[in-house]
Design a protein around this ligand. Structure first.
Ligand code: M6R
Length: 595
């Protein structure tokens, strides 16, 4: 996820070191390119490239950059490959404005075409440049700067935060829609950033602009105006007292909890991004023509692949083979060829097991595409192209937000394969919010009840089967208890003998599978099990199970996705109750680069 930082001071000074340090504080968000611009005496000094902050800033001697205003940006590629020209900040056609954004402008492609037709110089594919030209368009038409920004805001669709400055000026301007942005007020300077941690070492006096507000930053003051009518908005600065660690966790005690709660927002951003992605079209076309389709991954990403194969069959009538990456090599690689398409799924894009399978597939001439969170990772470079998961950094070892965005991507692709209107998916983020609000307290109380058990099962069927596997993995990973995920109908074929009094069994039930799940519930209940069901409200479930965790009404595929949220929270609470750190479970690593 990109990060921006802007700084305004009351005298011309060496801004390079301030910008480098700010960029370093933004690195935790993840990035592939770095840039910096300083503005002074009517000139703009812009330096940028692909690479780490340390390497790029040294190569281009950022430390020497001087001015009274500066902007730095870390880019996490979505529109346009990681390259120098696509790196940010960007200048306008004649080079007297410079700006940078984080987030995604989803009508980037259409706007770029309009700007080119209007005679502007568009140098990159990047949507940050689109933000600059969006302002330039109205300056060219004779509008004052603030009015040009107001009109540009109306043209730019998506979730983003943007900062821009003019060479002949003493200010910076910033505005946001959907993404985070914080303004800082210090002694002799003001600053603006994508997040609080990056400005805290400079000042603890802040203002939090809202969507639809434009902030003008001078060295000694800021002004907030409404995008709608340009009127001045009174906003008293606040003092931040939390520690840096608390701020980095966004006020949550753990990254895992923060990342669980980020899911609706990253889902929203992903759906916007998929709508504007030309690669989706290409991938769908290729998958439609493929002889066989393989979804290849490990761990949590494999569970998303499994969910994807259920969605493809249920919605598009298209079989897809989900494969654990190491098993792809002996079981499928000998049989695949150039008529087949493989989709390799990985949060990190560095999992060795996945890269080994990719190599084996490529040797056989299979067409290989990726789905990864870390842009610039090996997987993103080694595949024909890789769809981004758009989650920003996932710091906690247990994957949460990357799993739900993987599943949403598969659902989106299945809709496209089926020719179904993907706008039906737009309410997923809201349903996720409702699920978390409605189930939070009940899940915590169930966690207390079953926490003494070292063995349990999590069962699902159809679209909820991958969710049951994922819930079980999460429970194992951070509680260190044994939890087996299984197809509900398989339980009677052996594991049933494990059931004793109060033995916890969790069922994830799809709306159409209630009768089948009720059989499963009773099978174990008569033998003493404690039965917990995650499902949409249904009186038949209340009549049969000990606990029903109620999901909001949706459909079979979305309901399955929602079912993972209470399971993530259950694992989290049990991990905390056991005194473990869910972010960094013992023996595990976030990125597994070994065989
Ligand atoms: O980065 P990847 O998605 O390729 O990682 C695969 C697994 O190692 C990973 O999903 C692991 O299972 C998670 N930590 C589980 O939460």
């Amino acid at each position: 996820m990109c990060g921006i930082f802007g700084y305004v001071t009351n005298k011309e000074e060496k801004l390079g070191p301030i910008l480098i340090e700010a960029a370093q504080r933004l690195t935790y968000r993840g990035y592939d390119s770095v840039g910096a611009a300083t503005l002074r005496d009517g000139t703009i000094d812009l330096r940028k490239d692909v690479g780490k902050v340390e390497a790029v800033s040294e190569k281009y001697r950022f430390a020497e950059m001087t001015g009274s205003r500066g902007i730095t940006q870390l880019r996490w590629a979505t529109f346009g490959e990681p390259s120098q020209v696509n790196s940010q900040p960007h200048i306008d056609s004649d080079g007297d404005m410079v700006g940078a954004h984080n987030g995604n402008v989803v009508n980037n492609v259409e706007l770029r075409e309009q700007f080119i037709a209007e005679g502007m110089t568009v140098r990159s594919q990047n949507d940050g440049e689109t933000c600059v030209h969006a302002v330039e368009r109205y300056i060219n038409r004779g509008y004052q700067f603030i009015d040009a920004i107001r009109l540009a805001y109306g043209d730019l669709q998506g979730d983003y935060a943007f900062v821009i400055g003019r060479a002949n000026d003493d200010k910076l301007y910033a505005f946001k829609k959907g993404s985070g942005m914080v303004v800082g007020l210090g002694e002799g300077f003001t600053c603006v950033s994508s997040d609080l941690p990056s400005i805290l070492p400079l000042t603890r006096t802040i203002i939090r602009p809202q969507d639809g507000e434009i902030v003008t930053l001078w060295a000694d003051r800021v002004e907030v105006r409404s995008v709608k009518d340009g009127r001045l908005i009174e906003r008293a600065p606040e003092q931040v007292s939390e520690s840096m660690d608390a701020v980095q966790k966004g006020g949550y005690p753990h990254f895992m909890l923060k990342e669980i709660h980020e899911q609706p927002q990253v889902a929203r951003e992903l759906l916007h991004l998929l709508d504007g992605s030309p690669e989706v079209e290409q991938l769908v076309d290729r998958m439609k023509r493929a002889r066989h389709l393989y979804f290849i991954a490990c761990g949590t990403s494999y569970h998303a692949a499994l969910a994807g194969s259920v969605y493809f069959a249920q919605l598009a009538g298209r079989p897809a083979i989900p494969v654990l990456a190491p098993q792809f090599i002996p079981q499928y690689a000998p049989a695949v060829g150039h008529e087949d398409v493989g989709l390799f799924i990985s949060q990190s894009g560095e999992t060795k097991d996945v890269l080994n399978a990719l190599e084996a597939a490529e040797k056989r001439g299979m067409e290989c595409y990726g789905l990864a969170n870390v842009i610039g990772s090996t997987l993103t470079k080694a595949t024909s192209f890789c769809l981004p998961l758009c989650c920003g950094y996932e710091i906690s070892v247990p994957a949460t937000k990357t799993f739900t965005n993987q599943v949403i991507t598969f659902l989106y692709l299945a809709y496209r394969m089926a020719g179904q209107d993907t706008r039906e998916l737009d309410h997923i983020p809201e349903l996720m919010e409702q699920t978390m609000d409605a189930t939070g307290a009940q899940v915590e109380s169930i966690a207390k009840d079953i926490n003494s058990w070292e063995d349990m099962y999590c069962l699902g069927y159809g679209a909820t089967y991958p969710i049951a596997l994922e819930g079980a993995l999460k429970l194992k990973e951070i509680t260190y208890a044994h939890c087996e995920g299984m197809l509900s109908t398989e339980f009677k074929h052996g594991p049933l003998s494990a059931v004793s009094r109060d033995f916890p069994i969790i069922f994830v039930a799809g709306p159409k599978d209630v009768p089948l799940i009720i059989s499963g519930i009773n099978e174990v209940k008569v033998r003493g099990a404690r039965t917990i069901v995650i499902a949409e409200d249904d009186p038949r479930l209340h009549a049969n199970a000990d606990d029903v965790i109620v999901l909001p009404k949706s459909d079979a595929q979305i309901s399955a996705l929602l079912g993972v949220l209470p399971l993530q929270m259950l694992s989290y609470h049990m991990s905390i109750m056991r005194g473990f750190d869910p972010d960094f479970p013992r023996n595990l690593s976030k990125t597994l680069t070994v065989d």
